[in-house]
Design a protein around this ligand. Sequence first.
Ligand code: UTP
Length: 298
Amino acid sequence: MKKLKIKKAVFPVAGMGTRFLPATKANPKEMLPVVDKPLIQYAVEEAIAAGITELIFVTSNSKRAIEDHFDSNYELEVKLETQQKYALLQTVRDILPANIRCSYVRQHDPLGLGHAIACAQHIVGEEAFVVLLADDLIDSGSANCLQEMITIYQQTSASVVAVQAVQAADVAKYGIVAVAEGWQGCGEIFDIVEKPEPASAPSKLAAVGRYLLTPGIFSSLAQVSAGKGGEIQLTDAIALLLAQEKVYGYQFPGIRYDCGNKMGYLKATIAYALKHPEIADQMKEYLSQFSTENEIIT
Ligand code: UTP
């Protein structure tokens, strides 16, 4: 059987990032660096490693830096070459491999994640695609969360939602999925509910920032009206899609850093610094001094 290919990834980056104000007043949240790479570059690298060749960014008027980041910067390259800083020059040139195409589409009003994805419909067309939320930084070690989701799609032809177990107190922050008893980390989901009260939540499995969606999602999105927070919720559209098609959940291994909030972002920064070849040792040393000097070891 011919394997179903997934070529396109949508990156909704038009949110307001209010939890990071004032840093995000004029700069996109997705351009916040974790050590030396912006969040959006980690997501793009994950997509490219999973075989994606077309990147579609859903942006807004304060997100021009993202377009610039993935464009070439002739003056900078000439300067680095003149100064013989060849390693840095290569780093800059390697941001995007030559075979990768980018498109940008504007979401004029931040009407929600579901609305942002609908803005990309005319570029996605009638094919399955993936969605990556760059503020969810996923470290799956040598595995690639998205690659695994594509494999599940190739076996099932169904949409796939990445899920993670969360604390009972946190279910009201996420879309929560219902799964069959004896869930083993991958299987059909039967419902998905946006930000349920802990008492009525169907499970503690939360949808996080990776989705593989069949084009059927667009007709579901068109039927969804504003839900929680007055936004067009992707979760509500997936719940509608479930009436037409199977949808799978995939509980990925590894760690997800919610870099949309300050604490998650700082945890990611420390974790990635501790494995960065240039600064890992210094960071280890610094952290050990810091904890003794300030007596914050718990
Ligand atoms: P968030 O829920 O994190 O919202 O969006 P936000 O606006 O970025 O941040 P806060 O809550 O104000 O701090 C999840 C993802 O969906 C995108 C965001 O850019 C982020 O990647 N998004 C959200 C859009 O593209 N458009 C929207 O209207 C809302």
